[in-house]
Design a protein around this ligand. Structure first.
Ligand code: BMA
Length: 331
């Protein structure tokens, strides 16, 4: 098997369950999914599309909670083991000295990225239309809101965990006012995390035939730096006669110019097939927003939203993903 090494700090307490005996799956589910039920806090209708990171030997994160009025909000939360979570019953109240951007009406699909000395949060922010909101926190208690990264309409803003060639990088997916029947992944660059430009196209959906990623694609967890390139998990959408179906695939991107795609999975790696992925407020959705990885063992744990209702865990090995990508790539 081809070897790939993950950069970064080891995570010996990564939440983990071995691959079931006899399984050929590259990505397999935690047997006690979902890890976050829809009604974990009193106000919640659903808790999904959420981001978890290592924090002080345990775990912390930002969680999408749709409340019982169906407002979309992001909440802070924590976990000792990555399986059992406490989520603050109140949405995050941002500290913001710019009153013009402090007023936004919805927040959803957060990602969290450690860069240099703090955790940055990006989310889909309804500021006169959906765009990418940004904030940072040191402690998952106080969150400082920054300028929105882009103009509406944009979604799926995902930071890279370090500067590349002196610039911060962010994926995004320009979109429209509604449920967007199109969508390519782009990378934008910034010297200061406020001004974004030098936009580069990364990947388009495969529009030429009906595949799992023919309608739109969007970035998922924070890219994982490896010896062979940036390993990214992303969602791909198919339009069926009953609406959108969301799957997960993976790609490997060039380390220095991550808009250059080295490998891209021909088939999906995870798709809606369990009851909690197929049945919920929006059926047939798996939507990855975060991963944890342990360089020493090559283990990767992926948090993903299921049917816009609950949050689950899936597992894989970096080597197996790399091997799979190498042998099943279609650019
Ligand atoms: C996307 C986003 C996600 C959601 C998905 C499926 O456009 O709104 O939050 O999980 O649709 O409904």
């Amino acid at each position: 098997m081809a070897k790939i090494s993950i950069k970064g700090e080891n995570l010996p307490n990564i939440p983990w369950q071995d691959k079931p005996k006899g399984s050929n799956d590259i990505v397999w589910r935690y047997s006690n999914n979902p890890v976050i039920p829809r009604d974990l806090i009193p106000c919640s209708n659903s808790i999904f599309n959420s981001a978890v990171v290592p924090y002080k030997g345990e775990f912390a994160g930002v969680f999408r909670v749709d409340d019982r009025s169906r407002n979309m909000r992001i909440h802070t939360g924590s976990s000792k083991d990555g399986f059992n979570f406490q989520i603050n019953p109140e949405p995050i109240q941002f500290v913001c000295d710019e009153p013009d951007i402090a007023k936004f009406i919805e927040s959803y699909d957060p990602r969290v990225c450690w860069i240099e000395d703090r955790y940055y949060v990006t989310w889909c922010n309804n500021y006169h239309g959906y765009t990418i909101g940004m904030a940072y926190t040191y402690d998952f208690k106080k969150y400082y809101q920054m300028e929105n990264s882009f103009l509406p309409f944009n979604r799926n803003g995902v930071m890279f965990p370090r500067k590349v060639n002196g610039k911060y990088l962010m994926f995004s997916r320009p979109s429209d006012t509604g449920h967007t029947p199109f969508g390519d992944i782009f990378i934008s660059q910034s010297p200061d995390l406020i001004h974004w430009g030098c936009h580069r196209h990364v990947m388009s959906p495969k529009r030429d035939k009906l595949t799992w990623q023919c309608t739109k694609i969007g970035a998922g967890p924070i890219p994982i730096e490896t010896s062979e390139g940036w390993l990214v998990f992303y969602h791909g959408v198919l339009t069926s006669c009953n609406g959108f179906v969301y799957q997960m695939g993976a790609a490997l991107l060039d380390l220095e110019k991550p808009w250059k795609v080295i490998y891209r999975s021909k088939d999906y790696l995870l798709n809606p097939r369990t009851i909690y992925e197929c049945v919920g407020d929006v059926p047939n959705v798996v939507f990855p927003c975060a991963s944890l990885q342990d360089p020493a063992s090559g283990k990767i744990a992926i948090y993903y939203g299921c049917a816009d209702t609950v949050t689950s865990l899936a597992f894989c090995y970096a080597d197996e993903i790399f091997d799979y990508l190498k042998n099943n790539s279609e650019l």
